[in-house]
Write a protein that binds this ligand. Sequence first.
Ligand SMILES: [Zn+2]
Length: 262
Amino acid sequence: MAQPVARLDNIQKETYSRNILVSEIGEAGQLRLAESRVLLVGLGGLGSSALCYLAAAGVGEIGIADGDRVDRTNLQRQILHGPADIGRPKTESARESVLKLRTDLRLNLHPFRLTPENAARTIAPYDFVIDATDNFDAKFLINDVCVGQGKAFCHAAAVGLHGQAMTIVPGKGPCYRCVFQEKPPAETVESADRVGVLGCVPGALGIIQAAEAIKYLVGCGDLLVGRLLTWDLRTMAFREIGLPLSKRCKACDSNRHSRPER
Ligand SMILES: [Zn+2]
């Protein structure tokens, strides 16, 4: 957890009064948010809305990891960045945008792509991770490191007019690798670069990820653990697919061996 906050000051009480009025959150939940650290990996369409809502909700410390620079084709969905940011590192433009929402936010910039060499130490200090990436290498890497560290995270993906999300709490339900096993062949992958994506889809899914993080940190409600939530924007149908724990998952298996207390 981040620097302990003994109690909310008067400005915090006023700023978060509408959160605090929600019975499941209250002042105790708001304090927990203020003491929490969340890592957000990916500052694209998912990350844009997730970051704004996590910051506005009062999460004390947020890390943002992305090695990309802003491109003109990003702007229809990645609302942290504007035309003047084209060519700038996404971590820089995201910092400017989010600090307008929260001047007291402790924001850590990780201006690089997660790799097998740097992922464990980047993820380790945080209480919860948001996987807002757009590629399978990053998704399996985040999963395997988080499962190995026993760390909860929320996965989401968006393409075309479809999105999906699920939350992984190691030891409490299946992980991303339990469900999707291995990276699919490149020619079968639908990506925003190939088939497009309407900005509303990752925008809504990023808010769902922020909500899952807040619920986990506060300790309220039922998380999307063991449940894949899918959203079809054409019909506005939300569906849930129940997911079993895989008996043959490499990530969960090595976690079981390295964490004998489970
Ligand atoms: Zn697994």
